[in-house]
Write a protein that binds this ligand. Structure first.
Ligand SMILES: Cc1cc2nc3c(=O)[nH]c(=O)nc-3n(C[C@H](O)[C@H](O)[C@H](O)COP(=O)(O)O)c2cc1C
Length: 384
């Protein structure tokens, strides 16, 4: 895709142009189709307040068509990672305001991904030592980071009472309202990667016998109530959803993935949300594995035709494969996760065909500027 290299074919140039064709996602008019997806970096304060360095990091990446800021807890109970940001206190809203200001000052757009971790948490995150909550009392396998970055085995969560669910829906709505107060252009509801809403969707983790378990319709109910609550407050054209239909992160599984998620996608289509963000199965490990193991299913192929609105696809894409996917009509925009971590000026590098910095996984989570704000941008005459 090097546009300065005469050996590059006309076909490659046409593909590169695809990424730089403007597109609208709901109320947001993007100048290019390269999306920075939510990327957890664990660098907020212990109270979940985004720090000054976070504003620098996101500001550096403002040339993305759209930034979706990292998964952010809707409530104290929703946390599950150390130094994870939140959006439930005034100080957190103020911290995020400096981030959105930094991105907007450079002409960028920024949405916030909001999450409740559900069973992917630990009583160490609770002020009163209470257990994490989940659809059913089923423990994930493996270990979890404590607030001090050590690792301990997961606990068996407490199953949520039916009567607790309206308050949960309300916490999501309030988080979305706070996100708008903090200056975010939109909100992406995290329905993917094994967190609470995904735990409700998939029957490996949802053994409930009330109106939120059992049938596909019942298991989709909580997500759809969350969507409806947020849409009623901030509008459908600023509300989005991320799903990972074939994802098994956090030990999730579903007995009928395709019909189930087809129903969810059709329901979301009816609600005319701003975008649907699908993670491809090859990224079921959410970027934890570098080697893409492309298995049978392709979410864009399976579900795109069921959603009458913009689709973002994510997972193992490079500029060429991303552009081809858009050109084939399978998505409207493409997320580049690890590439945006390592390349603050990724669109410019792709546009001119410059070399890309490599992602350093060891510095992904926690710590300071190393592996966060110190990935170099191109400077005049370098790397060209
Ligand atoms: C360090 C890191 C943190 C991530 N954090 C999040 C997150 O907060 N929310 C989310 O939905 N996905 C998260 N992901 C998944 C990415 O958004 C993306 O789907 C994944 O990296 C695959 O895209 P890629 O192959 O372009 O990196 C994370 C991935 C990485 C590598």
């Amino acid at each position: 895709m090097n546009r300065t290299d005469p050996s590059v074919s006309q076909k490659d140039r046409v593909l590169a142009d695809v990424l730089f064709t403007p597109v609208s996602l709901g109320a947001l008019a993007l100048s290019n189709r390269m999306i920075m997806p939510a990327l957890t970096r664990m660098r907020a304060s212990a109270d979940g307040i985004p720090q000054k360095i976070g504003a620098e990091y996101y500001g550096q990446r403002a040339s993305a068509g759209l930034i979706i800021a990292e998964a952010t807890a809707i409530s104290l109970q929703g946390r599950g990672y150390p130094r994870m940001p939140g959006i439930y206190t005034a100080d957190q809203i103020a911290g995020w305001r400096s981030v959105t200001d930094a991105v907007h000052a450079k002409g960028g757009l920024i949405a916030l991904q909001i999450v409740h971790h559900g069973r992917w948490s630990h009583s160490l995150y609770s002020p009163d030592g209470s257990l994490p909550v989940a659809p059913s009392a089923i423990a994930p396998a493996g270990v979890i980071y404590t607030p001090g970055f050590t690792k301990v085995p997961f606990e068996t969560p407490r199953a949520l009472e039916t009567a607790e669910l309206p308050a949960l829906v309300e916490s999501f709505r309030q988080a979305a309202r706070h996100a708008r107060l903090a200056g975010f252009d939109a909100v992406e509801i995290h329905g993917a990667n094994g967190f609470l809403l995904d735990q409700f969707l998939q029957d490996g983790t949802n053994h409930r016998s009330d109106a939120y378990g059992g049938t596909i319709e019942n298991r989709s109910r909580l997500l759809l109530e969350v969507v409806d609550g947020i849409v009623s407050d901030i509008g459908a054209d600023r509300t989005a959803v991320r799903l990972s239909p074939h994802g098994n992160l956090g030990g999730l599984s579903d007995s009928a993935t395709v019909p189930h998620f087809a129903y969810v996608v059709e329901q979301l289509s009816d609600r005319k949300i701003a975008w649907l963000h699908l993670i491809e199965p090859r990224a079921s490990s959410a970027g934890i594995a570098d080697d893409a193991s492309v298995d049978s299913a392709n979410n864009a192929v399976l579900f795109r035709h069921l959603f009458d609105g913009p689709v973002i696809t994510a997972g193992g894409y490079g500029p060429d494969s991303g552009a081809s996917t858009i050109a084939a009509g399978l998505a409207d925009a493409v997320a580049f996760g690890r590439m945006f971590i390592a390349n603050p000026d990724l669109p410019e590098r792709v546009r001119i065909g410059a070399a890309l910095n490599l992602f350093d996984r060891a510095k992904a989570y926690g710590g300071g500027p190393e592996g966060y704000t110190d990935y170099p941008a191109l400077t005049a005459g370098r790397d060209r």
